[in-house]
Design a protein around this ligand. Structure first.
Ligand code: HEC
Length: 253
């Protein structure tokens, strides 16, 4: 192999490695989550606040296709509340006798209504960038909820030596630091129905909690069963120890 060729190949690899590094998610700060650890569970109030954020803010651009309205029973909403939430959107009905499709109010069995009819429309409305579906987003990104939190709170002015093209926004948490999503949250971006003060940090925490639940709705059940199994094993070990002593006490030693 000629020296030049070796040099070119090495250079190409170095470049590829450099761009791979640039695309990596910067390690976000670790937040405190109620669902952390082997026995942690979701905080229902935070889940509902997170849903309020999704409903009022994120759902203007992001779909959540894997969720239906009745799934909201999993975060503590009653049947009547779910009916009302579903009915607040209009979805296409079955074709009528004339073959015409009219809109009807949503039902609990409907999937979450998507903001755009298709991918092309979603991109066209967002400067060519596609807002990803949020159903499994937390699982699809390294660092999960910590990344979501960091992204929501990571907007700011770029350093002097960085230029951000029109239509992009500077965000320290995003790989490459330039994101096509305008800052979705800020202090008082929503008014929480439970009266919690809507600071940017609170909103980021709640929406990350909600998106984690969406991607892993059975965590509470798993962690509760896990805790019960451990308690059972501890009690059972105690009983068996007693039995062992009882049995051996009759044998001289
Ligand atoms: C005005 C439209 C808009 C709104 C509102 C919006 N987003 Fe986005 N979002 C986008 C677009 C566009 C992208 C793609 C960005 C890119 O690829 O540069 C995106 C990307 C993302 C990503 C993925 C980043 C990555 O690693 O690829 C996350 C996470 C996200 N949004 C979360 C949210 C949350 C949470 C909300 C609500 C609080 C929200 N977004 C509200 C438009 C929006």
């Amino acid at each position: 192999m000629s020296k030049l060729r070796a040099l070119v190949i090495t250079g190409a690899f170095a470049l590829a490695a450099a761009s791979a590094v640039a695309q990596e998610i910067p390690e976000p700060a670790k937040q405190d989550w109620s669902f952390d650890g082997a026995f942690g569970t979701y905080d229902t109030a935070s889940l509902q606040r997170g849903f309020e954020i999704y409903r009022m803010v994120c759902s203007n651009c992001h779909s959540m296709n894997l969720l239906s309205y009745h799934d909201l029973s999993g975060i503590g909403y009653s049947d009547a509340e779910i009916k009302a939430i579903a009915a607040s959107v209009q979805v296409p009905d079955e074709p009528d006798d004339q073959g015409e499709i009219k809109d009807r109010p949503g039902r609990p069995s409907d999937h979450f209504k998507a903001p755009f009819a298709n991918t092309q429309a979603a991109k066209a409305a967002n400067n060519g960038a596609l807002p990803p579906d949020q159903s499994l987003l937390v699982r699809g990104r390294k660092y999960g909820p910590d990344y979501i939190y960091a992204l929501m709170t990571g907007y700011g002015d770029p350093p002097a030596d960085v230029t951000v093209p029109d239509g992009l926004y500077y965000n320290v948490a995003f790989p490459g630091n330039k994101i096509a999503m305008p800052p979705p949250l800020s202090d008082d971006a929503v008014q929480y129905s439970d009266g919690t003060k809507a600071t940017l940090q609170q909103e980021a925490h709640d929406v990350a909690t909600f998106l984690t639940w969406a991607a892993d709705p059975t965590l509470n059940m798993r962690h509760r069963i896990g805790a019960r199994v451990i308690i059972f094993l501890v009690v059972f070990s105690g009983v068996m120890y007693g039995v062992k002593r009882q049995v051996w006490s009759k044998i001289e030693h």
